[in-house]
Design a protein around this ligand. Sequence first.
Ligand code: HPA
Length: 284
Amino acid sequence: MSIAGEWGFNPLEDPSQDPAEIAKQAAFEIAVATGIGHHDIALTLGSGWAAVVDLIGKTTEEIPAEEITGFSSSGIPGHLGTIRSVILPNNKRALVIGARTHLYEGRGAQGFVRRVVHSVRTAAASGAKTMVLTHGAGGIRPAWQPGTPVLIKDHLNLTGTTPIEGATFIDMTNVYTPALRDLAKSVDPSLGEGVLAQVPGPQYETPAEVQMLRGLGADMVGMSVALEAMAARQAGMDVLGLSLITNQAAGISPTPLSHKEVLEAGAKAEPRVSALLARILEQI
Ligand code: HPA
């Protein structure tokens, strides 16, 4: 646990502090803990994607996330709660973040969005130029069965908040880097692409809400990624986003949703989609 964390204090909650400076401190602590001063690429592994870490290279260091300034441990089953430094076959370094903070964990607290994107800012401060964001999502396109991986081509940020502070005008035309999407499609030409709607959660949607999202142009719905992708773009990183369809969104399938089934579908698809992502990463 970081010294500040031991006292129950998270500096990200202090509005007078610059979150980019806190991310630099976190990056410094990661460098000390891993012995690696620079990471080239960073990955956030959400539900159904955790197996990627063992397929892409060798983990040389693994740190409980809560030991690093600004991070808190993940209370959500299916999430790792650690930060790893992985050496890739091409000798590049990957920072693998298995500890995602979701917006709903803040119970609506103002400023909590800083915590949600802290891992991305820390990855940027660690030197990473590419951010790979993965998660589980509900599929709105009826053809997408649970277990289908989908490239995120754009998003609708429906969280009602933003990680961008002050009068900072960031272009959002190509949040999900076209060259990375092309590369992913060259590895698997059958990979579908879609627009992700990020909602605040934690409840799943009503069927009426899913129909509304469909009308707005969404192909899948989830409770993470868009805010992180925005922070990554602000930090100048390239972004690759991948959803794993863990369930058909409410009302698309006649059966009610259960978190347990969402996790089970993620776990079942994990070896296959993780292998796919590992093949994509070999090309980056
Ligand atoms: N809705 C929102 N988030 C999700 C879903 C869903 O159906 N499945 C997994 N994450």
